[in-house]
Design a protein around this ligand. Structure first.
Ligand code: SF4
Ligand code: SF4
Length: 211
């Protein structure tokens, strides 16, 4: 076990990972500033808090740089049981998503997962990769009641949608440009490089699942 820990500790922070972490630091600082401005100038307060996780049922998209930073973190920080458990949740997510895309009924989906589909990285309603969660997760805040998210992301409903704090996206989007530049510098078409988070997990962790 000690040798595994030594191996993990020896996994270096890659230059790309460092660039992603730097962008995340700037995004977080800008988000905090904007939340403060909204509260002070417009009286708008976010209802988002730890333990509130319906939004993690959405499809999360990531670019290759973010996927690299996230999976490096997993390889460095997760124990083997945590990795096995994440692999199982990822497989469940991919199986359920595949079935939904084929348009099969909930009856056909029975037994695939104990819960409605949610991000495989969600554990006990908390993000297991919180320090390196993608920008889309770092910048998603709403001012509506959490029940609006539950209705929107978990249960089909005609009720009003959650009220997202769009100004946070506006102030943070430009800060992500270095990641795009990083990907394009590697000769990759940025738009076509975007994939869903569970697909990145399978690819970057070299997990192969039966079709
Ligand atoms: S977006 Fe909705 S579900 Fe997510 S933390 Fe905020 S209130 Fe909760
Ligand atoms: S990466 Fe974390 S915050 Fe983002 S959807 Fe997954 S569990 Fe939620």
């Amino acid at each position: 076990m000690a040798s595994i820990q030594r191996y993990r500790a020896s996994i270096p922070i890659t230059p790309r990972e460092r660039r992603v972490r730097d962008v995340y630091d700037r995004v977080d600082a800008a988000t905090e500033r904007e939340l403060g401005r909204l509260r002070g100038e417009e009286g708008v307060v976010s209802n988002c808090k730890r333990g509130c996780c319906s939004c993690c049922g959405q499809h999360i998209q990531m670019n290759p740089a973010e996927a690299h930073a996230l999976t490096q973190y997993i390889k460095r920080m997760f124990s083997m049981p945590q990795i096995r458990s994440l692999k199982r949740r990822t497989q469940q997510w991919l199986a359920l998503d595949g079935i939904q895309r084929k348009g099969l009924s909930p009856v056909d989906r029975a037994g695939l997962s104990d819960n409605e589909p949610c991000c495989p990285l969600l554990v006990d309603c908390a993000c297991s990769v919180y320090p390196v969660r993608p920008i889309i997760c770092r910048t998603h805040f709403v001012s509506s009641d959490p029940s609006a998210c539950r209705r929107a992301y978990r249960e089909p409903s005609s009720e009003p949608a959650p009220i997202a704090l769009m100004s946070i996206l506006h102030v943070t989007q430009p800060l992500a440009k270095p990641l795009r530049a990083d990907i394009e510098a590697a000769g990759i078409d940025y738009s076509r490089s975007i994939m869903l988070l569970p697909h990145w997990l399978a690819m970057e962790m070299s997990w192969e699942f039966p079709e």
